[in-house]
Design a protein around this ligand. Structure first.
Ligand SMILES: Cc1cc2nc3c(=O)[nH]c(=O)nc-3n(C[C@H](O)[C@H](O)[C@H](O)COP(=O)(O)O)c2cc1C
Length: 157
């Protein structure tokens, strides 16, 4: 009943903690869940998933190059990811440090692929953000994203 990838880059572990929480929640919803560091994700495997959630630390207001590399290489699948469910999350050092622009940059790529991205009226609207390591507020937003992704995948697949 659906398969979801949570792929992240994390140098000092903050984004990884967010990824782990999102994966925990998606799994709890009885969805096959794969949690991977972005550098271990092969472009060709992206077609295997019904949902793809991507996390990156905020680097100069956008995603780390490791994440951009996968997204740029995903051009080889252009048209084949249409209709899948997408989401994104980020950790930055500062409030107003560019975490939302980082998320929307990642979501732009998913939207261009034709993926379905759900916004969130409560908490973090574009996707979960953390300032440094995720605190209880950020983890709650990660839970919400996990639930939203799981519910949408269940409805659509
Ligand atoms: C190259 C580099 C650029 C960064 N740029 C920003 C930035 O623009 N805004 C910000 O708030 N934090 C910035 N940071 C801080 C990281 O986003 C922050 O430490 C984050 O929590 C790291 O996540 P991680 O533990 O998953 O690697 C930067 C860090 C590095 C190494």
């Amino acid at each position: 009943m659906g398969k979801v990838l949570i792929a992240y880059y994390s140098r000092s572990g903050n984004t990884k903690k967010m990824a782990e929480k999102i994966a925990e929640i998606v799994k709890k919803e009885q969805i096959e869940t794969v949690l991977k560091e972005i550098e271990d994700v092969k472009v060709s495997e992206l077609t295997d998933y019904d949902g793809i959630v991507i996390g990156s630390p905020t680097y100069y207001g956008t995603m780390a190059w490791q994440v951009k590399k996968l997204l740029d290489e995903s051009v080889s699948l252009h048209g084949y990811l249409k209709g899948k469910v997408g989401g994104a999350f980020s950790s930055a050092a500062n409030v107003g440090g560019g975490n939302e622009t980082t998320i929307t940059d990642m979501l732009n790529a998913l939207l261009i692929h034709g993926m379905i991205v759900q916004g969130e009226p409560k908490g973090d609207h574009y996707g979960p953000v953390a300032i440094g390591a995720p605190d209880s507020r950020s983890l709650k937003c990660c839970e919400r994203l996990g639930k939203n992704i799981a519910n949408l995948v269940k409805k659509l697949f």
